[in-house]
Ligand binder design. Structure first.
Ligand SMILES: NC(=O)C1=CN([C@@H]2O[C@H](COP(=O)(O)OP(=O)(O)OC[C@H]3O[C@@H](n4cnc5c(N)ncnc54)[C@H](O)[C@@H]3O)[C@@H](O)[C@H]2O)C=CC1
Ligand SMILES: CC(=O)C(=O)O
Length: 324
């Protein structure tokens, strides 16, 4: 008797990011079914055919098909990558008006299907749209997750790994805050294996704080460079979204930096923002509270305020929390 739980994912938005996610998901053999939905039906249908042609070489069978919002009723996870992306010179926050409108229509249609699973949001500005998805869907906050700073953290771990000549898998360091210009690195708890990075810097002349500052700036501004050179970024975020998908569908209890709703944690309230959180089959099990130093705490609060000021004109509750 096969008692394997069937896992179904619906992907909304099969552009650069969405189709890269589908490809990475198929290659990692994590889900049993992937339903692809897009306003541009031809694009989604073409992707389904193309992906299916690679199935003979996939590690395990995944049913991939075109779908509509009605198909969201029985899925475990809805991943949203739909909406406008940045043009060269635009910030993520510049996309807010356009993508909020698109999200109202998408989330309403998903909820009308009877969906009762987990949302994973990638569209930018991801912290704002995760908050909007939570409000529009009325699902518990644990079941609305934004990709947050998972990509920034991956870029950071890769760059630190190159600098210290250590595999990124052994670099333990987070980027937190807005997925955007006000994000910050958390050096106070960063380590290579179990050795604190600040200790390495103070003991080894080969490494210094100025280089670390430069590494962070390059991480923060990486998307601008990539967009300038090839128009969009998609492989890194696709891997990050699949990582979160795996943590959810296989009930991992893994710590990943995602956009989560803060409620009294880190001295901030009523905002979705990038923080480390334990992810499992229920979504966000809990947020991991970091012991930030005073400089990090100040930068984190600033980042939360940047997001709240963008949210406030659209969401009454946030407006009130700013007035208090
Ligand atoms: N969170 C992160 O770390 C990252 C987020 N992004 C964001 O992901 C989003 C998607 O980027 P790309 O894939 O490059 O854009 P894209 O333009 O290639 O794809 C967007 C897709 O959304 C579809 N779409 C638009 N409105 C829709 C609607 N109402 N219903 C269903 N589908 C709709 C379009 O037809 C298109 O296929 C952007 O907001 C981008 O900024 C991109 C990279 C990293
Ligand atoms: C586009 C974007 O958000 C990124 O690559 O970080």
């Amino acid at each position: 008797m096969d008692n394997v739980r069937i896992s179904r994912v619906a992907l909304i938005g099969t552009g650069f990011v969405g189709s890269s996610y589908a490809f990475a998901l198929m290659n990692q053999g994590i889900a049993h079914e992937l339903i692809m939905i897009d306003l541009n039906e031809d694009k989604a249908k073409g992707d389904v055919i193309d992906l299916n042609h690679g199935k003979a070489f996939a590690p395990s069978p995944m049913n991939i098909r075109f779908g509509t919002y009605e198909d969201c009723e029985n899925v475990d996870l809805v991943v949203i990558c739909a909406g406008a992306n940045q043009k060269p010179g635009e910030t993520r926050l510049d996309l807010v008006e356009k993508n909020l409108k698109i999200f109202k229509s998408i989330v309403d249609q998903v909820m009308e299907s009877g969906f009762d699973g987990i949302f994973l949001v990638a569209t930018n500005p991801v912290d704002i749209l995760s908050y909007a998805t939570w409000k529009y869907s009325k699902l518990p906050k644990e079941r609305v997750i934004g990709s947050g700073t998972i990509l920034d953290t991956a870029r950071f771990r890769y760059s630190l790994g190159e600098y210290f000549k250590i595999a990124p898998t052994n670099v333990h360091a987070y980027i937190i805050g807005e997925h955007g210009d006000s994000e910050l690195p958390v050096y106070s708890s960063a380590s290579l294996g179990t050795t604190h990075i600040n200790k390495i810097i103070s003991q080894d002349n080969e490494y210094n704080k100025e280089d670390l500052d430069e590494i962070f700036v390059n991480v923060r501004d990486a998307a601008y460079k990539i967009i300038q050179s090839k128009g969009a970024t998609y492989y890194g975020i696709a891997m990050g979204l699949v990582r979160i998908t795996k943590a959810i569908l296989t009930n991992e209890n893994s710590i990943l930096t995602v956009s989560a709703h803060l409620d009294g944690q880190y001295n901030e309230n009523d905002v979705y923002i990038g923080v480390p959180a334990v992810i499992n089959r229920g979504g966000i099990r809990n947020i991991v509270e970091l012991e930030l130093d005073s400089d990090e705490q100040e930068k984190f609060s600033h980042s939360a305020n940047v997001l709240k000021n963008i949210l406030a004109p659209h969401f009454e509750e946030v407006k009130k929390s700013l007035d208090d």
